[in-house]
Design a protein around this ligand. Structure first.
Ligand code: GLU
Length: 548
C-alpha cells in the first residue's frame, strides 16, 4: 500500500507538516519542576463538584510549582453541547476562584497555545492525522452502523471481546482502490488507529495517584477522527496536551480504561507522555454502603446547589481540601488564620479509591469559616447572595447597612466565636426577627398559664432600663424569677424538677420569645441593645396584648 498516496487522498488540503505546527507551539519557559496542567471540561451545561475537585487539584499543582494552568474547552461532541454552557462553565469556575493563566475566556482566547476550543483546532488535528496515515499508523474505515452492529452480535455469539480489532477490523488492510471507490461514492468514513498492541502483553506504568500499575496493551483500532473530521477525545487529548506542553494530566479515573490506548497513541505520534493523576470518584454513604455521587439522585453534586444554599466560596474550598488531603485538618488547626493557598497540597495524598463526601462535615466546616469572618465580610457576602436568591431580604440588608452589621457582629471575634449559621440561607431564620416584617408571633410553652407569662413580661417592662449593663440586666431577670416563685438554682431544679414551677431559664425564654418570636436567639441582652428601648418595649407590649 502506498500510504503517502492514501494520506494525500484523505487529506488533500493539509499542507502543513507536524514540525511546522510544533514550531507554532514552542516549549514554555518555566522554572525546573513547574507543572503545566489544564481543566478540560466538556460544555454540557452541568458543572459539578467533580469538576471543582479536579480543578482544585490542577490549580494547586500548577500554582504551587510556579507553573501554568489553562482552560481548554472540549467541545468535540456537538450533540452534547448546550448553548451558553461555556459561559456557565467559565463563570462558575471563576466564582470558585479557580484562576486560569490562559485559555478560553468569556472574551475569547488568552494565551499563545490556542485556540483553546477544540472544534476550532480541527486543522491542527488533521496535520497529525495525515502523518499517521503516511506512516501506516492510521486508516479510513467506511463501516456502516449496520455492519458495526452485526460485528457486535457476532462477537457476542462467539463470546469474544467486543471492539474493532484483529479479524473484525474490516477496513484495516483494504486496497487503495477499495478506498478510492468509497470516497468517489461520497461515503462517510472515520479515521482509525492501526493498533499493533496485543492483549497478551503487559507493561508497567506509574500513576501519581493510583501508584504502580500493570497495564495490558490495547489491541483495538480506536477511532481518531469522526466522520465530520472532528477528533475523538483520545486523539485530541494526545495532540493538544503535546502542543500545549501539559506536564500533568489530572482527570477522572473513568479514563483508566482507555489509558493503554492513550499511552500507545503518544508513542505512535512520537510525543513525550505527560504524567497522569487519575482521581477517584466522589462517593457518599448511602445507608451503610458507599456509592458514587450521582447526577440523578444527588442534588449536592451540582455546583449551583452550593451557590443557591449559600455556602461561602471559602467554605467549599476549605471543605474540598479537607477531603482531598488527610493532613489538611491538622494543618488548619495549627494555622487557623493562614491563607488556604499556603497549605502544601500533595497529589500523593489523594485516596486512590475516591473521596468520601459528607454533607454534615461540609456544614461543620462552613460554620467554622463563617464564624471567623468579620461582620463586614459576612454582610457583603450575605447581601450578594440575597440579591440573587432573596430580593426582599437583600433590600432590608441594604436599607440600613450599619444596623445589619451590628446584628451580624453579635458573637463574633474573640477566641470562641459563635457558630450560628452554615449557609447564607440560614441567615434569615437566624436574624430575620430583627426586621419587624419577619417577626413571628411566639408560641409559649403550654405548661405555663398565660397569666404567668404576662406577669413576667409586665415585671420586666416595669424595670427595663436600656442603659443597664448586662450584669444588672440579668440581676433583674433573676429578681423576677424569685418573685414568680421560680428558681434561679438550676442544679436544684435538675435534681428535682417537680419541686419548682419554673426556672430563670423559663423567664428568660418568655422575654426572649416576646422580643424575638423565637425560643433561641443570639444573646438577648445584645439583641435588646440593638433593637433599642422603644422597639423592645413595643414588641413586648404587642405580645402581651395577644395573651390578654
Ligand atoms: N473532556 C474530558 C472530560 O470532561 C476531559 C478529561 C481530561 O481532563 O483529559 O472528562
Amino acid at each position: 500500500m502506498d500510504y503517502k498516496a492514501l494520506a494525500d487522498l484523505l487529506f488533500p488540503n493539509v499542507t502543513e507538516t507536524p514540525e511546522e505546527v510544533e514550531a507554532r507551539f514552542p516549549a514554555r519557559e518555566l522554572p525546573e519542576g513547574a507543572v503545566v496542567s489544564r481543566m478540560a471540561p466538556s460544555p454540557t451545561g452541568f458543572v459539578h463538584l467533580g469538576n471543582l475537585v479536579q480543578g482544585t487539584i490542577s490549580e494547586r499543582m500548577c500554582h504551587q510549582s510556579g507553573g501554568v494552568l489553562f482552560l481548554r474547552v472540549e467541545d468535540t461532541d456537538a450533540k452534547r453541547e448546550v448553548p451558553g454552557a461555556v459561559e456557565v462553565l467559565i463563570n462558575t469556575l471563576e466564582h470558585y476562584n479557580i484562576v486560569f493563566d490562559e485559555g478560553t475566556t468569556i472574551d475569547g482566547d488568552k494565551g499563545n497555545y490556542g485556540p483553546y476550543r477544540q472544534r476550532q483546532r480541527a486543522s491542527i488535528y488533521h496535520v497529525f492525522a495525515k502523518k499517521l496515515v503516511e506512516e501506516g499508523q492510521a486508516y479510513p474505515c467506511f463501516c456502516t452502523e449496520e455492519e458495526l452492529t452485526a460485528m457486535r452480535e457476532k462477537q457476542e455469539a462467539e463470546k469474544v471481546n467486543f471492539g474493532y480489532y484483529g479479524a473484525f477490523a474490516m477496513w484495516r488492510d483494504r486496497s487503495l482502490e477499495d478506498i478510492k471507490a468509497q470516497l468517489d461514492a461520497g461515503n462517510p468514513w472515520v479515521l482509525r488507529f492501526r493498533s499493533t498492541g496485543s492483549i497478551e502483553n503487559q507493561f508497567k506504568f506509574d500513576d501519581l495517584v493510583k501508584g504502580k500499575l500493570t497495564i495490558t496493551e490495547n489491541d483495538i483500532d480506536h477511532v481518531l477522527l469522526k466522520s465530520d473530521g472532528i477528533p475523538t477525545y483520545h486523539f485530541a487529548h494526545a495532540v493538544d496536551d503535546h502542543l500545549m506542553h501539559t506536564t500533568h494530566v489530572v482527570r477522572g479515573d473513568e479514563w483508566m480504561a482507555t489509558l493503554p490506548f492513550h499511552i500507545q497513541l503518544f508513542r505512535a505520534l512520537g510525543f513525550k507522555l505527560p504524567k497522569y493523576v487519575h482521581i477517584g470518584p466522589l462517593m457518599k454513604m448511602d445507608g451503610t454502603s458507599k456509592r458514587k455521587l450521582s447526577k440523578r439522585k444527588d442534588p449536592e453534586l451540582a455546583l449551583t446547589y452550593y451557590k443557591a444554599e449559600g455556602f461561602p466560596i471559602a467554605a467549599v474550598r476549605e471543605y474540598i481540601m479537607t477531603i482531598l488531603n488527610s493532613n489538611f485538618e491538622d494543618w488548619r488547626r495549627a494555622n487557623p488564620d493562614a491563607d488556604i493557598d499556603t497549605f502544601q497540597f500533595s497529589p500523593k495524598k489523594l485516596n486512590p479509591a475516591g473521596s468520601l463526601f459528607d454533607y454534615a462535615k461540609l456544614t461543620d466546616v462552613s460554620k467554622n469559616v463563617i464564624s471567623k469572618m468579620t461582620a463586614d465580610d459576612v454582610y457583603e457576602q450575605l447581601t450578594a447572595w440575597a440579591e440573587e436568591f432573596d430580593a426582599d431580604f437583600a433590600d432590608k440588608l441594604k436599607a440600613e447597612p450599619d444596623y445589619a452589621k451590628a446584628i451580624l457582629a453579635i458573637g463574633r471575634g474573640g477566641k470562641k466565636p459563635r457558630k450560628d449559621i452554615a449557609t447564607w440561607q440560614e441567615a434569615k431564620p437566624y436574624m430575620g426577627f430583627f426586621y419587624d416584617e419577619y417577626l413571628e408571633l411566639p408560641v409559649f410553652d403550654e405548661k405555663f398559664e398565660n397569666e404567668t407569662v404576662l406577669t413576667a413580661l409586665q415585671k420586666f417592662l416595669d424595670r427595663f432600663d436600656i442603659s443597664d449593663d448586662s450584669g444588672v440586666w440579668f440581676e433583674k431577670v433573676k429578681a423576677i424569677t424569685e418573685e414568680l416563685g421560680f428558681t434561679t438554682d438550676m442544679k436544684a431544679y435538675k435534681a428535682d424538677p417537680a419541686a419548682f414551677p419554673g426556672t430563670v431559664a423559663d423567664v428568660s425564654t418568655f422575654i426572649r420569645q416576646a422580643v424575638t418570636g423565637k425560643q433561641n436567639s443570639p444573646d438577648l441582652y445584645t439583641v435588646m441593645q440593638i433593637l433599642g428601648y422603644d422597639r423592645t418595649v413595643e414588641r413586648i407590649q404587642a405580645v402581651m396584648e395577644t395573651l390578654n
